[in-house]
Design a protein around this ligand. Structure first.
Ligand code: SF4
Length: 237
C-alpha cells in the first residue's frame, strides 16, 4: 500500500505523524525484510527462542535444531525435554525454552494438526487468546507469531516502541502493552505489510540510537522534526 507523506512539520494528527515516522525510517534504513527466517514455522520457533536473549543466540539455537532435523513442531512434540533443552542451549534459559516449545508443539498439534493453514483459518483474536494461555507466551510473542508467521494485522509492541514513542510524547512512559498497541492500531491503516515493516524499523532505530542514553544527534527521527515533544520530565542522562 502507498501513502502520501505530508511535508515535514505540517502534520498535526497522529495518523499523519505516524506515517511520517514510518516514511522517515524507511527512507533512512530501507526495507528490513522481517522476519529473518526461511519458513513461517521457523518464525514461530524464533519468537520463542529470542525471548530474553539476543537474536544471535536464538539463531544459533535454530541452526542446532535445523542441523538435527528437529526444526518442526511435530518433531518437537515427540522429543524428550532433556534432548530438546540441549539443542536450544545457545538461546539460554534452556529448560524454560524447551518447555515453552514443547507446550506450543502440543497445542499446535492438538488444535491445528501442525498446520499453519488451519491456524490461519481461525479468527486471529481467538488464536491470540489461545496463545496467551500457553507457557511463557506473552503479548509480544503472541503478536509476533500472529504478524510474522500468520500474517495477521496485529501491531507488535516491544521495549523500543515504548521508549521511542514515549520520548516523542505520543504515549505515556507507564502505558500498558494493550494501551500502546491500541494507539498504533487506532492511528494506522490495518495493513500487515505496514505493521511488519514499521515494527522492524522501530527495532532498528531503538537498537542503533534510542538507547537508555539516546544518540539523538545521529538518529533519523531527530532530523525529521516529527512532533518532538521530548520531554521535560524525562532525564536522558
Ligand atoms: S534517539 Fe532521540 S531522536 Fe531518536 S528516537 Fe530516540 S529520542 Fe527520538
Amino acid at each position: 500500500m502507498k501513502y502520501s507523506v505530508p511535508p515535514i512539520g505540517l502534520a498535526t494528527c497522529p495518523l499523519l505523524n505516524m506515517i511520517k515516522i514510518h516514511h522517515t525510517l524507511l527512507s533512512a534504513f530501507g526495507p528490513q525484510n522481517w522476519w529473518p527466517a526461511d519458513t513461517p514455522e521457523e518464525v514461530l520457533f524464533g519468537t520463542i527462542l529470542t525471548q530474553n536473549t539476543s537474536w544471535k543466540n536464538a539463531k544459533n539455537a535454530i541452526s542446532a535444531l535445523k542441523t538435527a532435523g528437529k526444526l518442526n513442531f511435530e518433531a518437537v512434540s515427540q522429543m524428550g525435554l532433556d534432548e530438546l533443552a540441549l539443542l536450544v542451549k545457545p538461546a539460554r534459559f534452556l529448560n524454560q525454552k524447551a518447555k515453552a516449545l514443547k507446550v506450543f508443539a502440543d497445542y499446535f498439534g492438538n488444535n491445528y494438526n501442525f498446520s499453519l493453514e488451519k491456524m490461519r483459518g481461525v479468527n486471529y483474536l481467538v488464536v491470540r487468546n489461545e496463545l496467551l494461555n500457553l507457557h511463557r507466551i506473552g503479548p509480544e510473542t503472541a503478536d509476533s507469531m500472529l504478524l510474522y508467521a500468520l500474517e495477521k494485522p496485529v501491531f507488535v509492541i516491544d521495549a523500543y516502541t515504548k521508549r521511542i514513542f514515549s520520548r516523542h510524547g505520543f504515549i505515556k512512559k507507564e502505558a500498558s502493552y494493550d494501551a500502546i498497541q491500541k494507539f498504533f492500531m487506532d492511528n494506522l491503516p490495518k495493513d500487515v505489510k505496514l505493521y511488519n515493516e514499521f515494527h522492524a524499523l522501530i527495532v532498528r532505530t531503538g537498537y542503533l540510537f534510542c538507547k537508555p542514553k539516546p544518540l539523538c544527534d545521529h538518529c533519523p527521527l531527530l532530523n525529521s522534526k516529527i512532533q518532538l515533544h521530548r520531554t521535560q520530565e524525562e532525564n536522558f542522562d
